[in-house]
Design a protein around this ligand. Structure first.
Ligand SMILES: NC(=O)c1ccc[n+]([C@@H]2O[C@H](COP(=O)([O-])OP(=O)(O)OC[C@H]3O[C@@H](n4cnc5c(N)ncnc54)[C@H](O)[C@@H]3O)[C@@H](O)[C@H]2O)c1
Length: 414
C-alpha cells in the first residue's frame, strides 16, 4: 500500500509528492504524459521549484511515477492535481478533471480519501467529481470513501513560502471527510485551515486569484492614466506602500500570465453567469489586463518616435513572471504578435526560455542581452529576471522601455 497517490505531476502535484516523501510517506505518482513519467523515474525534474537532486532523493526514498492507473488502487489518499484550463470561448475546460476521475474510479477502494486540488468553480467537487465517482463505483461519498477539496496555493519561484509553511485550506463533503483531509494535510503542512465545506474551499481559491487579477488591473489602469498625467506611478506606489494598514501594493506590467491569474477568474465568471449573476468588476479587470500588451506596443512606437515598421525590437524576459521558465499565457506572446503585425523585427533574450514561438513562428533568440540591446533600435524590459544587470542593458540600448518600473533612470516607463 502507498500512503499517497498524486494524479498529475506538474507544478502542483510534484511539490506535493516531494513534501509527502519528505514527511516520510510512501508516495506514488500517476501522470498520463509518458515523458513526464520517464523523466521523473530517471531523476529529472520538469518543474522549476523541484530540482533534479530532489527528484533523485524522492526516488531513493521509494517514489515512483507511473502512467498505469493501477498504481491508484493501492493508495490511502489520492490527490488530483490536473490542469483546469479554459476553452477557446473562455468557458471552463474540466476535461482533465473528468478524465482523472474516470481513471481513478475503477481503482477506488473503500475508505480512500480523494482530494481535488485543481482550481475550479464552487460546486465542482460535489457536482462533477462526486457523482462521477459514485456512479462508476456504486459507493457513496462520505460513507464509503472520503471526498474533499483543498486549493493549492503554490507560488512558483517563491523561496520563502512553499507547501509546508503556507496554511492549507481544506473543505470536506461531510465533517468526516473534512477530518480525514485535515489529518492527511497535517502531515505535510504546518497549518490546516478548515473551510465550511468544499464550495467555500473552492471559492477561497478563486477569491485569492481574482483579488490579484482585479488589483493588478487597477494599477494597470492607473499606469495608463499616470503616463498621461506625467506621474511616475511606481514612485507613487512605493509611497502608498509605506502606509502600515489598509493598503497592499500591486505593480503594473504588460498584462497577467501563468496558469492561474488570467484563467481562474474565467471559472468564477462562468459559474456566476450560469447562476444568473453579473460579475462586472471581474470582467472589467480581465478586459483591462488583456489590453496591456497592445499598450506596450503603442508605447514602443512612441518611444521610438516613428512607426514600428522595419525597426528591430529586443524583448528582455519573455516568461510570465521573473525567475521562472513558465511561458503559459505569457503576455510576451500578444506583445510579439502586436509588434510583428506593426512590421517590427522581434528578437528575445531569456535565460529561462531556450525557445519561444508565437503562432507557430519562432522568435529569434539572442545569447548576449547587453550586446543585443546595443544593436536593437529598442529594448523592451518585459521581465526583470534577477540575473539581469538592468542598468547595463539600459546603458547599452539606444532606447529602452521598462514596462515593470524596475530601472530608475535611462529607460522610458510604461
Ligand atoms: N502552477 C501554479 O502555480 C498553480 C498554483 C495553484 C494552483 N494551480 C492549479 O493546480 C492545477 C494543476 O496545475 P499545474 O500548474 O500543476 O499543471 P501542470 O500542467 O504543470 O501539470 C499537470 C500535469 O497533469 C497531467 N495530467 C493532465 N491531465 C491528466 C489526467 N487526466 N490524468 C493524469 N495526468 C494528467 C499533465 O500531463 C501534467 O503533467 C490547476 O488547476 C491549476 O490552476 C496551479
Amino acid at each position: 500500500m502507498t500512503d499517497l497517490a498524486v494524479i498529475g505531476l506538474g507544478y502542483v502535484g510534484l511539490p506535493l509528492a516531494r513534501e509527502a516523501v519528505a514527511a516520510g510517506l510512501a508516495v506514488a505518482g500517476y501522470d498520463e504524459n509518458p515523458d513526464v513519467v520517464t523523466g521523473l523515474n530517471r531523476g529529472r525534474s520538469h518543474v522549476d521549484d523541484v530540482s533534479d537532486a530532489e527528484v533523485r532523493a524522492m526516488r531513493a526514498a521509494g517514489f515512483t511515477a507511473d502512467h498505469r492507473a493501477a498504481v491508484l488502487g493501492a493508495a490511502h489518499v489520492v490527490v488530483i492535481c490536473v490542469p483546469t484550463p479554459l476553452h477557446t470561448d473562455g468557458t471552463p475546460d474540466l476535461d482533465p478533471v473528468c478524465r482523472a476521475t474516470r481513471t481513478l474510479a475503477p481503482h477506488l477502494t473503500r475508505g480512500t480519501l480523494v482530494v481535488l486540488e485543481s482550481t475550479t468553480y464552487p460546486g465542482t467537487t460535489d457536482e462533477v467529481v462526486r457523482p462521477a465517482l459514485e456512479q462508476a463505483t456504486g459507493m457513496t461519498a462520505g460513507a464509503d470513501f472520503h471526498l474533499a477539496f483543498s486549493p493549492e496555493r503554490i507560488d512558483p519561484g517563491n523561496k520563502g513560502f512553499g507547501l509546508r509553511n503556507t496554511p492549507k485550506v481544506v473543505g470536506g463533503l461531510t465533517p468526516g471527510c473534512a477530518q480525514a483531509a485535515a489529518a492527511f494535510y497535517g502531515k505535510v503542512c504546518d497549518t490546516v485551515v478548515m473551510a465550511k465545506g468544499t464550495r467555500e474551499a473552492e471559492m477561497a481559491k478563486l477569491l485569492e486569484n481574482t483579488y490579484r487579477n482585479v488589483n493588478i488591473a487597477l494599477v494597470n489602469e492607473l499606469a495608463l492614466i499616470a503616463h498621461q498625467l506625467n506621474v511616475d506611478l511606481w514612485d507613487a506606489i512605493a509611497c502608498a506602500a509605506t502606509k502600515p494598514f489598509g493598503f497592499q501594493s500591486f505593480r503594473p506590467g504588460p498584462g497577467v500570465g501563468g496558469h492561474c491569474i488570467p484563467v481562474d477568474p474565467g471559472y468564477l465568471i462562468h459559474q456566476a453567469r450560469a447562476a444568473g449573476c453579473a460579475v462586472r468588476l471581474v470582467e472589467l479587470a480581465q478586459e483591462i489586463n488583456r489590453s496591456m500588451p497592445a499598450h506596450v506596443v503603442r508605447r514602443a512606437a512612441e518611444v521610438l518616435g516613428r512607426p514600428l515598421r522595419g525597426t528591430s525590437v529586443l524583448l528582455a524576459g519573455v516568461t510570465y513572471k521573473a525567475d521562472v521558465s513558465d511561458l503559459r499565457e505569457t503576455p510576451a506572446r500578444p506583445v510579439v504578435r502586436g509588434l510583428r503585425a506593426a512590421g517590427a523585427r522581434v528578437a528575445y533574450h531569456d535565460p529561462h526560455a531556450p525557445a519561444f514561438a508565437v503562432d507557430g513562428r519562432p522568435v529569434r533568440r539572442v545569447r548576449d542581452v547587453v550586446r543585443a540591446a546595443a544593436a536593437a533600435d529598442l529594448t523592451v524590459l518585459l521581465q526583470p529576471h534577477t540575473v539581469y544587470d538592468l542598468d547595463a542593458i539600459v546603458a547599452a540600448a539606444p532606447l529602452a522601455l521598462d514596462v515593470r518600473g524596475c530601472t530608475r533612470s535611462g529607460a522610458e516607463l510604461l
